[in-house]
Design a protein around this ligand. Structure first.
Ligand code: NOJ
Length: 731
């Protein structure tokens, strides 16, 4: 965790020694701003009434206008709240003032918010940003988000989300950096450094929160909040790995996941929270439950009531209760009856106060209301543009149809093209529409020969008349297709991950015209694009890229920037392949020609586009792979040549396979990557020094093992396109 000086540690101890039991429990309570008054039913029921049609949208709006927000001032004054979820600088100052000056011990609030991929400056969703394979970029976008949000009084981000996710049906695939534990770990480390690393001023850093601990991404059938079950070795090798890496980097807090793991909800799972996270990894920050997570243990059927859930959670290692008030209602009584050991409360409070101390909140919890960063400074816009461009992956470019020629007449179709509010992606809550550039607006910056046709096809029926005009006008048709923001993210799992609505039908209608067709796909998850990959001339995977999406897409489409992104996740052919990922264990009957092998009878085994894949407007050739052992390292060299006609960036990927081990190992595992830039005709020798220690794995006792034997080393341009060499290694 974040380190404190001895003086600061003493101060924390001193405060804890002065606190009453109720004040300690107050620190363990996170409140969120609730809506009160004006209506007679709980807010949740009001939402249900709106959803099931008992009240209209108009009636709902009217009720909300008469409602007031409850900021829990009195509870803060009485020392019953340690944290609040809020984004309002003025209100943050007011509440901090109550906490500092009107509560008995003057303990500041830690103010948290979901700042997942940028604050006001929205960057690409994590799944997209990971396609840049650029740790420095991961760090810089996090640092900028920290500074922007800090000005609003927010000092704690519920990020990074580092759930390895391999099932594209799960909506929260969008929030994390993809399917590979190594890439997710690199992302996690860089984000922690970005959020927490610049301590030169308290206004430059926030506490990170690693989430969701753990294995939330393995939700069965890709259905959100669903059960997870897995072996110890899989848990350690894949799902825990990024958390371990980020804890080593000093992450300040961790959020427990909603799901149960092998039958025990993570919220009450002491094996993962106490034994692995706190004891084995030495995590000394604090753990917060997910929203309502403690109460949900009653629905899981592992706690008889709220009190039982609270007791189990605190014993398991949840230091702060997000949003249920269960700790506040029951813990004090449980201590008094001897059912709960007060030392557990003391430990939790020390962890929470230490984090507040490290954040500098005791010295100055306030923000300067004059510092608004409004409008967004130009260097923030530049970083939004840079990150968006680096996140785009060119999937197909038949006959080099891209980049487009500015003189061509271009028909733009597809509902998403002109929607600036759709560029921000899931979990963006602090953006302003005036900052967002739609794809259409971006494309218009680079060409005067563009016309947009409102063909519908996603939320509206196809307008055939408009489509006819589009086909008559354009020398080339650019279709912007994909998902709206609310089709991915939390509680947005899909059982069919093809293009939603009538978009495929729209593309098929264009296809009959024989006009060249480019698809710009904007989405929050991998989509099953088998027909599209066979029939469309060029496909550009753009995900949801944030406020500069339109400009970034335009620069790539017109060739001002050469695409360099590589997939952070596999793209399946059909939904039925999910979960599908490149680093799977081998079966005893690997899929082949023979019937009795591991495959489907109605679809190929391979994915449409593999992890690590991405095209460029130039081409790269790999030669001379050379692997040698040097003491504790493997020295791996490879020569890469730009064989095309323009400068380009290439992400060189290093994979290994442990050929025989005491546990079946993945057919390939990413162990390193480097991004290089080459001029046409230029060659460069790239070297990786891979510590032999990284060739081990966790077994089913959770022990790390290094086993001698044959290892294949692969270097290449994607997980499916590599040079390889096999060597024998003795440990
Ligand atoms: C629920 C989500 O699972 C979590 O990611 C988020 O941080 C909390 N709600 C708070 O909004």
């Amino acid at each position: 965790m974040v380190s404190l000086t001895q003086v600061q540690k003493n101060k924390v101890q001193e405060i804890v020694s002065m606190m009453s039991l109720e004040e300690k429990i107050g620190q363990m309570n996170q409140a969120s701003v609730s809506i009160v008054g004006g209506f007679d039913v709980p807010f949740e029921e009001l939402i249900e009434m709106l959803t099931d049609g008992r009240i209209s949208q108009g009636e709902f709006t009217k009720i909300m206008e008469s409602a007031e927000q409850d900021y829990h001032e009195e509870d803060i004054r009485l020392g019953r709240v340690g944290s609040i979820m809020l984004q309002d600088a003025k209100k943050a100052n007011e509440l901090q003032k109550i906490a500092m000056e009107e509560s008995r011990l003057g303990i500041p609030l830690i103010i948290g918010l979901d700042v997942i991929h940028g604050f006001r400056t929205v960057f690409p969703i994590a799944l997209a940003e990971a396609c840049s394979f650029d740790s420095d970029l991961f760090l810089r976008t996090a640092r900028m988000a920290a500074k922007e949000s800090r000005l609003q009084g927010i000092n704690w981000h519920f990020a990074p989300m580092i759930d390895v996710s391999r099932d594209a049906r799960w909506g929260r695939v969008s929030e994390g950096p993809g399917e590979d534990p190594f890439l997710v770990s690199e992302f996690a480390k860089a984000k922690v450094k970005g959020l927490q690393g610049d301590t030169s001023s308290p206004m430059n850093y926030v506490a990170a929160c690693l989430k969701h601990f753990v294995a939330y991404g393995a939700a069965e059938s890709g259905r959100d909040y669903n059960t997870t079950s897995m072996s110890t070795s899989l848990l350690h090798n894949v799902y825990l790995a990024p958390f371990k890496a980020a804890v080593n980097e000093g992450a300040a807090t961790v959020m427990a996941a909603f799901n149960d793991l092998n039958g025990v909800p993570c919220t009450v799972n002491s094996e993962i929270l106490r034994d692995i996270l706190k004891r084995e990894y030495g995590f000394s920050g604090f753990v917060v439950s997910d929203a309502n997570g403690i109460r949900e243990c009653v629905s899981h059927g592992i706690a008889i009531n709220d009190q039982d859930a609270g007791l189990q959670a605190v014993n398991a290692g949840i230091d702060m209760d997000m949003g249920t008030g269960i700790y506040s209602s029951y813990l004090s009584q449980l201590v008094k009856t001897g059912e709960l050991d007060e030392r557990i409360i003391n430990e939790a409070v020390e962890r929470i106060l230490s984090t507040k101390m490290w954040l500098g909140l005791f010295d100055n919890p306030y923000v300067n209301l004059e510092d608004r960063m409004d409008p967004i400074p130009s260097e923030h816009i530049q970083l939004a543009l840079e990150s968006a461009k680096k996140s785009i992956v060119l999937l197909k470019n038949e006959n080099n149809i891209l980049p487009l020629n500015r003189e061509q007449k271009i028909s733009i179709i597809g509902e998403l093209a002109d929607k600036s509010s759709e560029v921000v992606g899931a979990w963006s809550i602090s953006w302003k529409e005036e900052d967002c550039v739609s794809i259409l607006d971006g494309l218009k910056q680079n060409s005067d020969n563009i016309r947009y046709f409102q063909t519908g096809g996603l939320t509206e029926p196809i307008n055939e008349e408009e489509l006819k005009h589009a086909l008559d006008f354009g020398d080339v048709i650019v279709a912007v297709v994909g998902e709206t923001v609310n089709m991915s993210g939390e509680a947005a799992s899909r059982s069919n991950i093809e293009l939603p609505g009538d978009q495929k039908k729209l593309l098929k209608m264009v296809k009959t015209s024989n006009k060249p067709l480019v698809a710009i796909v904007m989405n929050g998850r991998p989509l099953a694009l088998e027909w599209e990959a066979e029939n469309i001339d060029a496909i550009v995977e753009t995900w949801h890229l944030g406020i500069q999406m339109g400009n970034a897409v335009s620069d790539i489409i017109f060739g001002l920037t050469n695409p360099s992104g590589k997939l952070s996740v596999s793209i399946p052919r059909v939904t039925g392949q999910c979960p599908v990922y490149y680093n799977h264990p081998n079966t005893g009957r690997p899929g082949g020609k023979s019937k009795f092998t591991s495959k489907y009878i109605d679809v190929n085994n391979d994915v449409l586009y593999p992890f690590g894949f991405g095209l460029s407007y130039t081409s790269f050739n790999y030669t001379n792979l050379n692997v040698t052992e040097k003491n504790d390292l493997l020295a791996i060299g490879v020569e890469i040549t730009n064989t095309g006609k323009r400068q380009g960036e290439e992400i060189v990927q290093l994979y290994v396979r442990d050929r025989v081990a005491s546990i079946v190992r993945p057919v390939k595992e990413l162990k390193g990557y480097k991004k290089i830039s080459l001029e046409p005709g230029e060659s460069q020798i790239i070297e990786f020094n891979l510590p032999k220690n990284n060739l081990g794995f966790y077994d089913n006792n959770g022990d790390y093992r290094l086993e001698s034997g044959e290892f294949s080393i692969y270097v290449g341009k994607s997980s499916a396109d590599c040079l390889s060499q096999t060597i024998n290694i003795n440990f």
